[in-house]
Ligand binder design. Structure first.
Ligand code: CMP
Length: 139
């Protein structure tokens, strides 16, 4: 089925001017960018967004990293988009990411791993609604 998923191009990607190169991977694979904005996340936004990880040892560093520079938040649409996007991103740790995936191509470390993508259709809806009004999503 056609789905929408949520994507972040993280501060290591904006810093290295890689937003177009990463989105080229997504677009070549058939995902369509139906909403997009470049923002500076506040600490409160990052803490809320990553709230499920708040007891994890890497939480503080993760929040600091995510507010260390601008991010691009976007909604990607396509057939089976949640799983398709995760396949294109590759494993969380670039050391484990498959050849040709965004994280294998571009990520610097498990923290500075260039991109985020929703892990389920349910979380995609929650994450999209956190950053976008319905009127900002244009298919
Ligand atoms: P993301 O998909 O955005 O979701 C949580 C993020 O935490 C993850 O990508 C990683 O960038 C980051 N992170 C940092 N350290 C770790 C770790 N040890 N295990 C898992 N995720 C980590």
């Amino acid at each position: 089925a056609t789905e929408q998923t949520f994507s972040i191009l993280k501060p290591d990607a904006t810093r290295r001017n890689l937003t177009g190169a990463i989105n080229a991977v997504y677009e070549k694979a058939g995902l369509r960018i139906v909403a997009q904005k470049r923002i500076q996340m506040s600490q409160a936004m990052a803490e809320t967004f990553y709230g499920v990880h708040k007891e994890r040892p890497f939480f503080k560093d993760l929040v600091s990293f995510m507010i260390s520079g601008p991010v691009v938040v976007q909604v990607l649409e396509g057939e089976n988009a949640v799983a398709h996007h995760r396949e294109l991103m590759g494993a969380t740790n670039p050391a484990n990411a498959a050849e040709g995936t965004v994280r294998k191509l571009f990520a610097e470390s498990i923290e500075a791993n260039s991109v985020h993508g929703s892990d389920s259709l349910e979380n995609a809806a929650i994450e999209i609604a956190y950053f976008f009004a319905g009127s900002e999503i244009v298919g």
